[in-house]
Design a protein around this ligand. Structure first.
Ligand code: URA
Length: 241
């Protein structure tokens, strides 16, 4: 048994919040009756309709996108800016798994599989994300150590991370770092460097778990293979236990 709004979002109908709205608006029927109570429990054997259309067995789609800068990581934008969903040619109601900032480029997954998306975004999840970071200023060894051991942001210490100083450009006063983190707090990478007094001037996500950008140019995407989807499920399930 599962809460109706969670079930709907896991079926790829929309985000959890949007599904709550659909329920409150009376658009959802369970076994022939309109249900407006959030949290009503349903199971796989119940017949669930949204706008009188069955929601079970919607085909799941999974994409890996090389997000360019200047694109927003959501389904819709109130300022009508281009979104990551606009870059993918599909009729499925896909949405991004997590977020990259407007000015960040790199790997991002999109799917209509709410179950996988929830597992991957779980706060206790431990999915490694590798970023290439360019900052203003010259980083020292002690900064790398601090990035790795954890930095207090908004009263909470970041989890252990891996940091590698790749290059120092003395002439232009820039440093290049590769940082691997397992959390996904808002603007986490930028905030970690800000806390040390460095401004991030360029940010790109190179890897999401075992997935990278091989074969893709900015703005291009590919579907995930079945094997990759299974692997993501395995990793996400093991790491939330
Ligand atoms: N950390 C950030 O600060 N921005 C991103 O887009 C991703 C991680």
């Amino acid at each position: 048994m599962e809460r109706l709004q969670k079930y709907l979002s896991a079926q790829g109908i929309a985000s959890r919040r949007k599904c709550e709205e659909l329920i409150k608006e009376g658009k959802v029927k369970v076994n022939g009756k309109i249900v407006k109570v959030l949290g009503t429990k349903v199971s796989k054997t119940d017949e669930v309709l949204v706008d009188n259309k069955p929601v079970n067995n919607i085909e799941k789609e999974y994409y890996l996108l090389y997000k360019p800068e200047g694109v927003i990581s959501s389904v819709k934008d109130e300022k009508n800016r281009k979104t990551v969903v606009d870059l993918i040619d599909t009729k499925a109601r896909i949405y991004p798994v997590g977020r990259l900032d407007y000015d960040t480029s790199g790997i991002i997954l999109l799917t209509n599989d709410g179950e996988l998306s929830n597992l991957l975004s779980h706060p206790s999840g431990n999915i490694e994300k590798l970023y290439s970071v360019k900052v203003s200023g010259i980083l020292k060894g002690n900064h790398i150590k601090m990035l790795e051991s954890g930095i207090v942001i908004d009263g909470m210490k970041t989890k252990k991370a891996k940091a590698k100083l790749k290059k120092i450009d003395k002439a232009n006063q820039k440093s290049y770092i590769e940082l691997t983190i397992t959390e996904g707090r808002n603007h986490q990478v930028k905030n970690m460097f800000n806390a040390l007094g460095f401004k991030v001037v360029k940010l790109k996500r190179l890897k999401y778990s075992f997935l990278d950008l091989t074969g893709l140019k900015k703005g291009e995407y590919r579907p995930l293979t079945i094997k990759e989807v299974k692997q993501l499920y395995n990793i996400a399930n093991n790491q939330t236990k």
